[in-house]
Write a protein that binds this ligand. Sequence first.
Ligand code: NAD
Length: 376
Amino acid sequence: MKAPAKSSASSSRALSRAVAKKEEATALFALLEEHEHEQVSLVYEPSSGYRGIIAIHDTTLGPALGGTRFWNYSNDREALIDCLRLARGMTYKAAVAGLNLGGGKSVIIGDNTIRNREPIFRAHGRHVKALGGRYITAEDVGTSVGDMEFIKAETDHVTGLIGKSGDPSPVTAFGVYRGIKACATHRYGDAELRGKKVAIQGCGHVGYYLAELLYKEGADLIVTDIDGAKVERVVKDFEAKTVAPDEIYGVPANVFAPCALGGIINDQTIAQLKVDIVAGGANNQLAEERHGDMLEERGITYAPDYVINAGGLVNVNAELEGWTMERARNKEGEIFDTILMVFDIAAEERMPSYRAADRLAERRIAAIAKVRQNFV
Ligand code: NAD
């Protein structure tokens, strides 16, 4: 039977709707508009095969700072979205940490195990240079201090160089320690951690230094790691007890301090938690935002990860500004007050702490934008 005209009209309407939907999903400016990114720069350098994206989210507070991620993305759109998401995260992290930095990030698309790295990173350095200081880069997943040296050959807008600020984890751990004390103040009315039980997931750089600070204050430690040698060191140095990696979530304690992986606060783990506080150094602890709401519903105090683990950024900022280690630690110590401010906003506005942290960042950006609007 011949298809009626109506049906062909409706199928062509369906087709044009599908085309419009596809266009909307791939529209570059719509992606920027969604979270108000200021700028995206794309460079292809044919001789090296360099394909790089730099995203600048917000420069109200200062130049956009964020590392370079070298990753084999499955397609360009995935790379762009990752870059935009990470750049925005940097705006919030810097704003809450009280730094005069904006948020940016860059990604290089490709195999990060390649040996001949100089041409790629020189090309990236030129890309960074072309932005005239609006973006400053540093190390991230897939890049090393050696790669930063190649970038430095082309531009001064790079930090985390050999012999400069060095390993950020002691500063990060100090911030996490101060953040845990703020959580204890909020929860128990006292910052004292002597006799409190802290379960630490991950005995790597941050986990080790955090264990040291907690041990010195007299906290009882229960730790885990998939690397037995790292666990041994913490047991020996700080009299910690241990559990198997998948048992750490169910350990009865005052504090659970995730210092290993992201996504560990999820549907499976929240049900197991027997703690009052979740506060640790790991990035992206909530598998999804709704898990922050679930912690709130369970009455667990959560220190938002990007607030409590800003030490890496403070360290890099210290390098840019020529700060001493003492000044960097002092700045990181301010995390105590920042975390309490987050909890105050959460209580006043009846929202979970992860949302209150965003609110605090947005308020600082708006306030500084107002102060700086006149011509001087
Ligand atoms: P690291 O690699 O030195 O330590 C991570 C540790 O976690 C390793 O010892 C690893 O064996 C362990 N681990 C991995 N999977 C595990 C599992 N399933 N169970 C238990 N342990 C596991 O890294 P780091 O520098 O200590 O960073 C730790 C976390 O903090 C990461 O999420 C990182 O992104 C974040 N962070 C670090 C800094 C910093 O200054 N180093 C700054 C901000 C955020």
